[in-house]
Design a protein around this ligand. Structure first.
Ligand code: 4AD
Ligand code: MG
Length: 483
C-alpha cells in the first residue's frame, strides 16, 4: 500500500523551474498537459498555473503504479514527488525524476480540452475549463499584473483608492443604458406596485430602495465628490451597461478604472492617462515576459492558420512605452478622416460620433500609434463635461489605440453651476436626483478632471487578443450570462 503524498507540502512549479529544491525531492501538483511514453519510461508534462511554463517529469517503469500514472489522460490531476535535476531537454533548465505519483482526479475521454488546437469559440463555451489552457493562463496572469500595476501607479501618483457604489439611482452617463435593480421579481408582474394615479407606471416608492434603482454605468460622479475632499482618488470596479451591442469590444459587465483629481485640467488629465497606459505596458513586459511571448506566438500561429499576414505587436508596444502620444482635436480628426482615401461604412462628418472604424483608422493606419483626441462636439458627450467658449465643443478626451479604438474616455468637468444646470435642462434630464452633484459646484467648486479606462479594452490592446470575451473570466454579453 502506497502512502498518500501530503499536498500541504506542495511547492509551485514556477519555483521549481527557477531552481528551488535543486538536487532535492519536492512535491508538486497540477494538471497533465501531455504524456509521452517509450518502452521503459515516459514523460509527463504538468502545469499548475503558477507560471506559463510546464514542468517536464521523467517517469521510470520501476515506479510502483507506473501503468496507471503513465496512462493519465490530458487534464488528469496529479500529485507527485521527485528529485529536481538538470534537464537534458531543450528550452527547460530543470525537470523532475519521479519517485512517487498519485492520480488525484482522473478524467475520461469526455474531457473537452484535448491536445488538438481548440478554437476560441469552443473555449468560450467551456469557460469553466479554459483557465487550464496556455492561452487563457497567459491572458489571466497578464490581467492580474495589470491590476496590480494599476494600484501601484495611482498609489505612487498620490491617488486614494475609492470603492464607489454599484447600486445607484442616477443615470450618470445620461445614456439610459442601465440594468434595473428591484426586490420584486419579474416572475410575478402582478405583484409589482403601480402608481395609483398612473397604473401603467411602477410605484418605486414601494420598491426596496424607495426609488428607481440600477446597476452603475460609472463611479465617476461619486469619484468627483471624493476628489473635492481627498484631492485625488481612483475607482477600480465593475460597471454594467445594457447597450445591445454584440461587438468584439463591448461587454455588458466590464471593469473600469476611473481616476478623478481636483485642480487638474484636461492637458494634465491627458498626460496622466498617457503615463498610466505606458506604465501598464512596462509592467506587462517586466512582470509577464513569458506570457507576452506566448501570446505573440499564439497570434503568429493563428495568423498563419487563417492565412493572414502577421506582424508582431510587441515591438510597437515597446515604442509606445517610451514615446509621447499625438494629441489632436476632434475637428482635426474629422479633417484627417475626410481627406483620407479610406472607404468608411459611416461617412465622417463634424458633429457625428466617431465610429470604431474611424478610431481604428486614426490609430492603426494614420498615426500607427495611440492618439489622444480632444474637444468633441457637446452633443456627442455626457452632460457633465466642461463647455468650451465656442459654445459647440466640450473639454473631452478619448485615447484611441491600434487594434481596439477607444480605451479611455475622459474630460475636464463643468465646474460652473449655472452652465451645468443649463446643460442638464437642455438635455431634459431630471435635476432632482443630481442635487448632491450640483452641490459640489455650489460649495467650494474647483476645476477638476478625470477619465475612465476600460480594463478589458486595455488588456486587449496589450495582449493583442481580438475579442473582449477572451480577456475576462466569464463574459456577460447580450443573450449570454452562462457560468
Ligand atoms: O467613455 P466612457 O463611457 O466614460 C465613462 O464612463 C466616464 N464616466 C469615465 C470618466 O470620465 N470617469 O467609458 C470609459 C471606457 C471606454 O473608453 C471604454 O474603454 C470602456 O470604458 N467601455 C467599455 N468596455 C467594455 N464594454 C463596454 N460596453 C464599454 N463601454 C465603455
Ligand atoms: Mg466613451
Amino acid at each position: 500500500m502506497m502512502s498518500e503524498l501530503d499536498y500541504k507540502k506542495r511547492v509551485l512549479i514556477k519555483d521549481v523551474l527557477s531552481g528551488v529544491g535543486f538536487g532535492e525531492e519536492v512535491i508538486v501538483g497540477g494538471w497533465v498537459r501531455s504524456v509521452r511514453r517509450s518502452k521503459t519510461f515516459g514523460f509527463i508534462v504538468l502545469n499548475d498555473g503558477s507560471c506559463q511554463d510546464s514542468l517536464q517529469m521523467v517517469v521510470d517503469e520501476s515506479l510502483e503504479n507506473y501503468e496507471s500514472v503513465i496512462g493519465s489522460l490530458t487534464g488528469t490531476s496529479l500529485l507527485v514527488k521527485g528529485k529536481v535535476v538538470e534537464s537534458g531537454g531543450k528550452g527547460q533548465k530543470y525537470e523532475l525524476q519521479l519517485s512517487e505519483a498519485q492520480v488525484v482526479g482522473p478524467v475520461d475521454e469526455n474531457y473537452p480540452l484535448q491536445k488538438k488546437a481548440t478554437s476560441l469559440e469552443f473555449l468560450r463555451e467551456n469557460a469553466h475549463l479554459r483557465p487550464r489552457t496556455n492561452l487563457f493562463g497567459a491572458v489571466y496572469r497578464l490581467r492580474h499584473t495589470l491590476s496590480m500595476a494599476t494600484h501601484e501607479f495611482f498609489d505612487k501618483e498620490g491617488f486614494y483608492y475609492l470603492n464607489s457604489p454599484i447600486l445607484t439611482a442616477v443615470d450618470a452617463e445620461g445614456a439610459g443604458e442601465m440594468f434595473s435593480v428591484s426586490s420584486y421579481s419579474l416572475d410575478d408582474l402582478d405583484a409589482i406596485p403601480r402608481d395609483p394615479e398612473n397604473p401603467k407606471s411602477v410605484d418605486f416608492k414601494q420598491d426596496y430602495f424607495g426609488v428607481e434603482t440600477s446597476l452603475c454605468v460609472t463611479g465617476q460622479l461619486e469619484g468627483e465628490c471624493f476628489a473635492h475632499g481627498l484631492g485625488k482618488v481612483y475607482t477600480f470596479g465593475p460597471t454594467f451597461r445594457a447597450e445591445n451591442s454584440n461587438t468584439h469590444r463591448h461587454l455588458s459587465e466590464f471593469w473600469m478604472i476611473e481616476p478623478e483629481a481636483a485642480f487638474m485640467d484636461l492637458d494634465q488629465n491627458a498626460d496622466l492617462a498617457v503615463r498610466y497606459v505606458q506604465h501598464l505596458i512596462r509592467a506587462a513586459f517586466e512582470k509577464c515576459p513569458v506570457e507576452m511571448e506566448a501570446l505573440d506566438n499564439y497570434h503568429r500561429f493563428s495568423a498563419k492558420q487563417n492565412k493572414e499576414s502577421f506582424s508582431s505587436h510587441l515591438e510597437r508596444l515597446k515604442q509606445v512605452m517610451n514615446s509621447e502620444f499625438t494629441q489632436i482635436t476632434y475637428t482635426e480628426a474629422i479633417e484627417i478622416l475626410q481627406k483620407s482615401n479610406q472607404k468608411f461604412e459611416y461617412r465622417p462628418e463634424w458633429g457625428k460620433e466617431l465610429q470604431t472604424e474611424h478610431e481604428r483608422f486614426l490609430a492603426e493606419k494614420h498615426f500607427e500609434a495611440p492618439v489622444v483626441v480632444t474637444d468633441y462636439p457637446k452633443d456627442c458627450k455626457a452632460f457633465y463635461m466642461k463647455q468650451n467658449d465656442d459654445g459647440k465643443t466640450v473639454r473631452a478626451m478619448d485615447v484611441l489605440v491600434p487594434g481596439v479604438g477607444e480605451i479611455i474616455g475622459g474630460s475636464q468637468r463643468e465646474d460652473d453651476l449655472s452652465k451645468l444646470e443649463k446643460r442638464i435642462d437642455e438635455l431634459e434630464m431630471d435635476k432632482e436626483p443630481l442635487w448632491w452633484y450640483l452641490d459640489l459646484r455650489r460649495f467650494g467648486s474647483v476645476p477638476h478632471s478625470g477619465f475612465g479606462l476600460g480594463f478589458e479594452r486595455a488588456i486587449m490592446y496589450i495582449s493583442g487578443m481580438k475579442n473582449i470575451r477572451d480577456v475576462i473570466a466569464f463574459p456577460r454579453t447580450p443573450k449570454n450570462c452562462d457560468f
